[in-house]
Write a protein that binds this ligand. Structure first.
Ligand code: CAA
Length: 259
């Protein structure tokens, strides 16, 4: 079935797919259907050999202004527990291929949390990041208190979560939340450029490298180092390792097949 709230470009560039959140009138507020569509699209693209990197974007005005407040407003605690809508964010976390968020305008609440689930973040100068849930009587529920704190440290995370203050793209860059800031007319192009650079590398090595970096967030150093080493050794079972090293020896550009 055709998705209603997202647009999927399977090949925006070679081996690069894009999922565009598309509920512009509601500033891409993340209702249950939209998030389910993102989850399903990622599952399909993650299994597609013609895709190596996935960009998630919104539009110039908003990446996403958060979970859909109107959809949540009348819910009871038991409704929330039973629906467990934020489990979609957990499912997205399982994506093996690199995710790049291309952010312009608002990335708030669940929108900021979705951005932080991505592996790299390219922002336009107009991007604003925030966890304003406190202003509507709740708090972040899809990783905002955890991933934001790990990314920017306690001082700024506490301030953002307790006051709801939005930070600019420049401040987010300085705080280590995002990778780069470019003029608004270039943010998607810049994200595609970054995606193409990664898509030209061995997709197996890229996936295992991503998995290993993420391991650093929920393991001890010893466990993480062990995990990293196993993945490094495992890559010697791939054609891409042979090709990559042989190409270096022969002073030519490697051709990676993902095998
Ligand atoms: N949910 C539902 N609708 C939303 C929305 C949201 N999160 N954010 C914006 N909208 C809707 C508005 O209600 C409005 O709809 P109508 O035209 O039908 O009134 C439309 O989008 C445009 O929004 P505004 O008129 O408010 O636009 P603005 O430019 O004046 O303000 C804004 C922009 C500052 C982002 C403001 O819309 C805002 O504060 N939005 C809510 C941000 C927020 O609190 N996000 C957190 C949500 S809770 C959450 O995400 C929980 C979690 O941890 C996952």
């Amino acid at each position: 079935m055709q998705p209603e709230y997202i647009i999927i470009h399977r090949q925006i560039a070679p081996y690069v797919a894009q999922i565009q959140l598309n509920r512009p009138k509601e500033l891409n507020a993340l209702n249950l259907q939209l998030m389910t569509e993102v989850k399903e699209a990622l599952k399909v693209l993650d299994a597609d050999d013609g895709v190596r990197v996935i960009i998630i974007s919104g539009n110039e005005k908003a990446f996403a202004a958060g979970a859909d407040i109107k959809q949540m407003a009348g819910k009871t605690a038991m409704d929330m527990f039973n629906t467990d809508q934020f489990s979609t964010w957990d499912a997205i976390k399982k994506t093996k291929k690199p995710l790049i968020a291309a952010v312009s305008g608002f990335a708030l609440g669940g929108g900021c949390e979705l951005v932080m689930l991505c592996d790299m973040i390219v922002a336009s100068e107009t991007a604003r990041f925030g966890q304003p849930e406190i202003k509507i009587g709740v708090m972040p529920g899809a990783g905002g208190t955890q991933r934001l704190t790990r990314a920017v440290g306690k001082a700024l995370a506490m301030e953002m979560v307790l006051t709801g203050r939005f930070i600019t793209a420049e401040e987010a860059l300085r705080a280590g939340l995002i990778n780069r800031v470019v003029p608004v007319e270039l943010y998607l192009q810049e994200a595609v450029k970054l995606a193409e650079e990664i898509a030209a590398l061995s997709p197996l090595a890229v996936k295992m490298a991503k998995e290993s970096v993420l391991k650093a967030f929920d393991s001890s150093l010893e466990e993480g180092l062990h995990f990293e080493r196993k993945n490094f050794y495992l890559l010697f079972a791939s054609d891409d390792q042979k090709e990559g090293m042989q190409a270096f020896v022969e002073k030519r550009t490697p051709i990676f097949t993902g095998k």
